[in-house]
Write a new protein. Structure first.
Length: 118
């Protein structure tokens, strides 16, 4: 192949999608190609990948976080429940429910509410 054009990219795209379907099946993810752009010598395309069971992934991530910070899922008095952990929120990464409302808290607050006692 000397250069990229619309016609040979359609052929390559079909082959690439077939390869991605096999990859997705082997790894338990959903994969789809996004928009792309090309010049005579380069071809850039976005690949969107999602976990087949996102609820299980979130639950597993929460369990890892609870173990890492030595926290319980419920507060000692049973009134608060941790529901989420957002890695990108540096100041208030923990989300918990209390009185049927969602609240956010810092690491220190999470240790106070949900910390394990020896």
């Amino acid at each position: 192949m000397d250069n990229f054009d619309k016609q040979n990219l359609k052929t390559l795209n079909t082959k690439f999608e077939k390869m991605l379907k096999e990859f997705a099946k082997e790894n338990g993810v959903d994969v789809r190609l996004g928009n792309g752009k090309f010049t005579n010598f380069t071809f850039d395309v976005k690949i969107h990948m999602t976990i087949n069971n996102p609820e299980a992934a979130v639950e597993n991530d929460m369990n890892v976080t609870l173990r890492a910070y030595n926290l319980n899922l419920k507060s000692a008095d049973g009134t608060r429940t941790l529901t989420d952990f957002k890695h990108s929120n540096h100041k208030y990464p923990f989300i918990y429910s209390f009185d049927n409302k969602s609240w956010k808290c810092s690491f220190e607050q999470a240790r106070t509410y949900f910390g394990r006692t020896a």
